[in-house]
Design a protein around this ligand. Structure first.
Ligand code: T1G
Length: 699
């Protein structure tokens, strides 16, 4: 017996149609069916004068049911349901609260009026799924708030609050409580004949007369969006709102939606949407396990990373104490945090007053006894094992029982660090990516003895910080950096064999990364990798020579590229080209022209191969976790879904064959296809097939 997902109640001439489909009132087939049935009854009921569309639970509808995409469409379609509300002979009012998104907002715009609670937020985020609003949103939103604001909102996919929505004309009133507010609003309109949004074109007039302002807003909205299809479709469809009649605009929108929803880019972006949520599900973890409450946090080390981590706590509203060994270093750290907030306020990224509000949550001390107050301590000291062991041994004697003790190490052995304490169950890695207060990815590294409680707490803290947490196993480089090391090795080889930095970077940029690996190295500082290589006794001929010459990248004005007078724009450097050619000769490597396709394969396939090994060793729970790591931590284009998703699109047999070729050419057994990769290829399977097994195990 399927549960009732739409309720209809009538009281004093007002019909309340309430969607009841937790967790987010997604507009799946049963809901759409129920809405048509309830609306038909309410419209036919002579006692009903006004109809309120409401939702139960925590939010008005967050949109179409994304899990239905890629399955055969089932009538009534969402656009048909919305048309029914739009054509209704009685006034219809949507009662918004929570996060009204996508098809949920489109449904609300199909109603004649909208009210919302003050805390309500609303938006059309379809572009983040590689789509455009496909149920009238690109035609109705411009009629409510004007084409310029509509195109900016739809291409960004951002939410706006109720006050801004009221000011723009998206809603008609801000109310204290959604349903009662809608009922009260109903009494103000009485039974005046409904005003259909489709018939409101006063806000289109200016764009019809002079589209220049719209075209400027559209160009501004899509700048820097290279290679991705959905934003351009969003612009075209909003433009249709004032260049076509409503029905034609609706039909064109639907056609564009159907093209996008069946395309690889939207499939990739929907894959990442679910992968990000799947990554927080840990097989064997009791579903009712509650994370520990973090009332007070502490960060050891007030350097760049420590300061950024402290900001993450303050941003989540958690008081945090920065701990340093000396007053001068502590003050420098606190000043850097304050300055970072000030920059965000000056840029408008944070509201005025945010610096003081956030800094009120950040304190500093050189007194380790203060650590006893913390429910979570994150160590962000120098990347040196003996120092970390000393810190954790000392922490073990000070921290309160049950506190989560985390290290921000980017590669060191979590088990070795945990062994310095008598409480390894409370120890784990929380690997933030620089800048820690900006980058979304958080690798949560579980040690051999780490408890599910500690992991659940770290996941919850990461989410509260606005991070994307991914639980990974303990090995050198964990998941992201371990795969990056494969790409870095290929970068060095490509230079020796005949490529130049600008050629390799151009190929990686064209694939969709925001930066190429050499420009990225110059940004991070070539001395960082140099120090690690020296520590491990490995060499990278060209990068080592650059570092020996003090060419560390942007920070020294020259690295692989030149940076003229403090500019951040990389310029190819003839001296570096000469150095590369000389190094090839010195090492007896005959240089050759290397094609872009080979470069792209060597920039991606060895990493994909390493992903297969990571899965074989259980360092990642599922392939989609690896996709999340690379999309949110390293700039893999979200519309390509991540390394494993991409590998399935290319086809594993092709990748195996090319890896065999490159392993033979280089003599590097690390490039030879992993057993799992070969096995999947032989079975005609992909990484996605592994994901299905892991998901079943986690259920
Ligand atoms: N469809 C199906 N499942 C959804 C869903 C959706 N639209 N939104 C969320 N879920 C699931 C999610 O996978 C998770 O499942 C659970 O709900 C809680 O979500 C025609 C085409 C609303 C801000 O893009 O942004 O309408 O992991 O963990 O952090 O034009 O969910 O528990 O099994 O994210 O509180 C447009 C997507 C759809 C909104 C809540 N709408 N959702 O965040 O919870 S396309 C969206 C969100 C569309 C029309 C077009 C967030 C949220 P599980 P959660 P949260």
């Amino acid at each position: 017996m399927s549960r009732q997902v739409v309720h209809l109640d009538v009281d004093q001439g007002v019909a309340i149609i309430a969607i009841d489909n937790p967790p987010v009132n997604a507009l799946g087939h049963a809901v759409r069916d129920g809405l048509v049935e309830a609306l038909t009854r309410a419209e036919a009921d002579p006692a009903v004068k006004v109809i309120v569309l409401a939702c139960r639970g925590r939010t008005f509808s967050a949109g179409a049911d994304i899990t239905e995409f890629g399955t055969p469409p089932r009538d009534p379609g969402l656009h048909e349901v919305i048309e029914r509300f739009d054509e209704c002979s009685k006034p219809t009012i949507a009662a918004l609260f929570g996060t009204t998104l996508g098809g949920g907002l489109e449904l609300a715009m199909g109603c004649h009026y909208r009210v919302a609670t003050e805390s309500a937020r609303m938006g059309l985020p379809e572009v983040k799924l590689g789509l455009l609003p496909g149920a009238g949103g690109t035609q109705r939103l411009p009629r409510l708030i004007g084409p310029e604001k509509a195109v900016t909102a739809i291409v960004s996919g951002k939410m706006i609050g109720a006050k801004a929505a009221l000011a723009d004309g998206l809603i008609d009133a801000v109310v204290a409580e959604p349903v009662q507010g809608a009922v009260d609003f109903a009494h103000t309109i009485g039974t005046t004949s409904p005003v259909r949004v489709r018939d409101r074109d006063e806000k289109l007039a200016a764009a019809k007369a002079d589209p220049a302002a719209f075209e400027r807003a559209a160009a501004d909205a899509v700048k820097r969006l290279r290679g991705i299809e959905a934003p351009a479709a969003c612009v075209e469809s909003v433009r249709n709102a004032f260049t076509m009649d409503f029905e034609a605009g609706l039909a064109a929108e639907r056609a564009m939606f159907m093209r996008l929803v069946t395309g690889d880019q939207s499939r990739a972006q929907r894959h990442v949407f679910f992968a990000e949520r799947e990554a927080q599900k840990i097989p064997g973890m009791a579903s009712g396990l509650k994370p520990a409450a973090i009332g007070q946090a502490a960060v050891i080390g007030a350097g760049t990373m420590g300061g950024g981590i402290a900001m993450n706590f303050a941003n989540a509203g958690v008081p945090v104490t920065l701990v340093e060994t000396g007053e001068a270093a502590l003050q420098r750290g606190l000043d850097r945090v304050r300055e970072t907030y000030d920059i965000s306020v000056r840029r408008g990224a944070l509201p005025a007053g945010a610096t003081e509000a956030r800094m009120a949550l950040v304190s500093g001390t050189t007194d380790w006894a203060r650590l006893a107050e913390a429910d979570m301590v994150i160590e962000a000291a120098f990347e040196e094992m003996d120092l970390k062991k000393e810190i954790f041994a000392r922490l073990d004697g000070v921290a309160k029982s049950g506190a989560v003790l985390a290290t921000n190490t980017s590669t060191l052995d979590i088990d070795a660090i945990a062994a310095a304490t008598a409480r390894p169950a409370d120890v784990l890695g929380m690997h933030f990516f620089s800048p820690a207060n900006v980058m979304k990815l958080l690798e949560i590294v579980r040690g051999r003895d780490t408890s599910h409680q500690a992991i659940a707490t770290a996941i919850a803290v990461g989410k509260a910080m606005g991070k994307v947490p991914v639980v990974v196993g303990n090995c050198d480089g964990f998941v992201g950096n371990r795969m990056l090391a494969r790409r870095t090795t290929e970068c060095e080889r490509l230079l020796l064999e005949g490529a130049l930095p600008q050629q390799v970077d151009a190929v990686v940029l064209k694939f969709g990364f925001p930066m190429g690996p050499f420009a990225m190295g110059d940004l991070a500082g070539l001395d960082v990798g140099w120090r690690i290589r020296k520590h491990r006794g490995v060499t990278a001929p060209i990068s080592d020579v650059l570092c020996e010459q003090g060419r560390f990248g942007q920070k020294t004005g020259r690295g692989y590229y030149l940076y003229e007078s403090g500019s951040r724009t990389p310029t190819p450097d003839p001296e570096v080209e000469a150095l590369i050619i000389e190094t090839s000769a010195r090492l007896g490597v005959t240089r050759r022209a290397i094609g872009d396709q080979e470069i792209l394969e060597r920039m991606t396939y060895p990493m994909i191969n390493e992903a297969a090994r990571i899965l074989e060793e259980g360092i990642a729970i599922r392939p989609s976790d690896i996709d999340v790591v690379w999309v949110y931590g390293y700039g893999w284009p979200v519309w390509r879904g991540g390394p494993c998703f991409h590998a399935d699109l290319v086809g594993l047999p092709e990748i195996v064959a090319r890896l065999e070729h490159y392993a033979g050419a280089s003599g590097d057994e690390g490039v030879r296809p992993a057993a799992l990769l070969r096995q999947l290829a032989e079975q005609g399977k992909g990484f996605a097939d592994i994901g299905k097994d892991a998901k079943a195990a986690a259920a």
